[in-house]
Write a protein that binds this ligand. Structure first.
Ligand code: FES
Length: 117
């Protein structure tokens, strides 16, 4: 599996996101309040809104365009809405974030910042 380096986890503010431009499109890398990190295609399954500009809470992001709530773990819309955007494997080593674009994951995944040493 090939991994691309995204940067240090502290380059992404808590409850924020960073966009990584790739040949596969823009990937939004999110950090939630408990330092879990997730990677989704930066495109809402509704009408392609930029999820990286949404509001992060728990393991979800609210799309800034029409307020669909998307699972950061699975890329799936929650509640009454249906649809799914790609989500990608994330690896954290010594608090550096790596994302693999080889193939989107279909199972929920959680990655967490390691303790400071
Ligand atoms: S484009 Fe995301 S809710 Fe409509």
């Amino acid at each position: 599996m090939d991994w691309i380096e995204v940067g240090h986890i502290d380059d992404i503010p808590r409850l924020g996101a960073r966009v990584v431009k790739t040949d596969n499109g823009n990937i939004a890398v999110f950090r939630n309040a408990t330092d879990e990190v997730f990677a989704l295609l930066d495109s809402c399954p509704h009408k392609g809104g930029p999820l990286s500009q949404g509001i992060v809470y728990d393991r979800r992001v609210t799309c800034p365009l029409h307020n669909w709530v998307i699972s950061l773990e699975s890329g799936e819309a929650t509640g009454p809405d249906s649809g799914c955007t790609n989500h990608y494997p994330v690896r954290i080593e010594e608090n550096m974030i790596y994302v693999s674009l080889d193939k989107p994951e279909s199972q929920p995944v959680v990655y967490k910042k390691t303790a400071e040493v």
